[in-house]
Design a protein around this ligand. Structure first.
Ligand code: NAD
Ligand code: DAU
Length: 337
């Protein structure tokens, strides 16, 4: 049985990964370590709380003794590090916590993985470490790192640390760099769930700048299957880009959401742009598709329909989030924009 320490498993992608792994791979045991920040939510794990192959631990990835204790107690074979501060806008307002969790937290996990000689350390990174693209071209695994926001700089620092532990101490690692995810349980600070939530309430949809920035969207389930393949099949020391070839401008995505919800385009409001806003991301995912035979299960239109349906059917999940501190965040971020 594969015993995995998943960090950040109460967040968006981590909880989708835990659900996918426990449902499709009965031979794995998961210890799920999460600090339950504003983005961590035990409701994301509803139905899996008491699964016999799942143990949730509330804690911080910066807590070395706790990580050592978990590895010893559960004879952990591998770590998958999802835990992070993940929102670019928050990194512009308050960068420090991004360094604490994304850099110091990753370092703490790496030290434990090295000392305990774990079989594998999988770092969940992002395409944003490559910086931004002009109108053409795609990021490959060999594109030099050139991060532009405090968030992406902290993720790039973590990637360098992971590689350094491999080079210096022979740590067996992989790094995955995925494009923008969307799907069930995504916190409504990110563009797609924020726009769905606002449209449902007939509130303005705040599009940054001209809205012609391009993102390459991937359905979260497909990101999770790719990570599972990397964990189980990839040789150590390999880095994989993950993406679904779904480049869209933000205005195209917002228009699709409005059409699907039968809401008027007049809800779109262009607001002040994000400082240092990266114009375009696009992923070349040939390596993982060829070497590990991974492919996405849905295209963007199918994925966004499933996502909108999920939000319509899980209104209680959304209401619980937006009725808490979220409103303060929203007002601070958007009221004078
Ligand atoms: P998220 O913000 O939804 O979840 C992050 C989780 O980490 C939360 O549950 C939070 O409580 C937990 N966490 C934060 N600090 C912690 C700490 N110090 N110790 C333990 N737990 C802590 O993020 P997400 O969107 O699910 O992203 C997960 C990972 O995937 C991140 O590493 C992110 O950089 C990466 N990524 C995200 C995307 C995307 O589009 N969302 C794309 C590519 C890569
Ligand atoms: O590319 C992968 C990255 O994608 C991940 O590493 C990050 O964790 C994740 O947050 C995401 O970063 P982005 O900044 O691309 O995602 P976000 O959803 O914040 O924004 C998507 C696009 O929409 C971006 O061009 C900014 C724009 N936007 C966003 C918000 C929240 C708006 O126009 N209005 C908004 O209100």
């Amino acid at each position: 049985m594969k015993k995995i320490l998943v960090t950040g498993g109460a967040g968006f992608i981590g909880s989708n990964f835990v659900r996918m792994a426990l449902s499709e791979h009965p031979d794995c045991f998961i210890v799920n370590l999460d600090k339950l920040t504003y983005a961590g939510n035990l409701e994301n794990l509803a139905g899996f709380e008491n699964h016999p192959n799942h143990k949730f631990v509330k804690g911080d990835i910066c807590d070395g003794p706790l990580i050592e204790k978990i590895i010893n107690e559960h004879k952990i074979d591998a770590i998958i590090n999802f835990a992070a501060e993940s929102h670019v806008d928050r990194s512009i307002s308050e960068p420090k916590v991004f360094i604490e969790t994304n850099v110091v937290g990753t370092l703490t996990l790496l030290e434990a993985a090295r000392d305990k000689k774990l079989e594998r350390f999988v770092q969940i990174s992002t395409d944003e470490v490559y910086g931004e693209l002009g109108p053409t071209g795609k990021f490959t695994e060999d594109t030099p790192l050139s991060p532009n926001s405090p968030y992406s700089a902290s993720k790039a620092a973590a990637d360098h640390l992971v590689k350094a532990f491999g080079h210096t101490w022979g740590l067996k690692y992989n790094i995955t760099r995925c494009s923008n995810n969307y799907g069930q349980y995504q916190f409504p600070e990110k563009m797609i769930p924020l726009m769905i939530n606002n449209a449902l309430k007939d509130k303005d949809l705040p599009v940054y700048g001209d809205g012609l920035q391009v993102r390459d969207w991937l359905f979260v389930y497909d990101h999770c299957t790719a990570i599972w393949m990397v964990l189980s099949e990839a040789p150590p020391g390999q880095i994989y880009n993950i993406g679904g070839c779904n480049e869209k401008t933000n205005l195209e995505v917002v228009s699709l959401i409005l059409d699907r919800l039968k809401k008027p385009k007049s809800l779109i409001k262009h607001v002040k742009d994000r400082p240092g806003h990266d114009r375009r991301y696009a992923i070349e995912a040939k390596k993982i598709m060829t070497n590990l035979k991974w492919e996405p299960s849905v295209n963007f239109e199918e994925g966004i329909n499933k996502t909108i349906d999920w939000f319509l059917q899980n209104n209680k999940w959304l209401t619980n989030i937006v009725s808490g501190d979220y409103q303060k965040y929203y007002d601070a971020m958007y009221s004078n924009r």
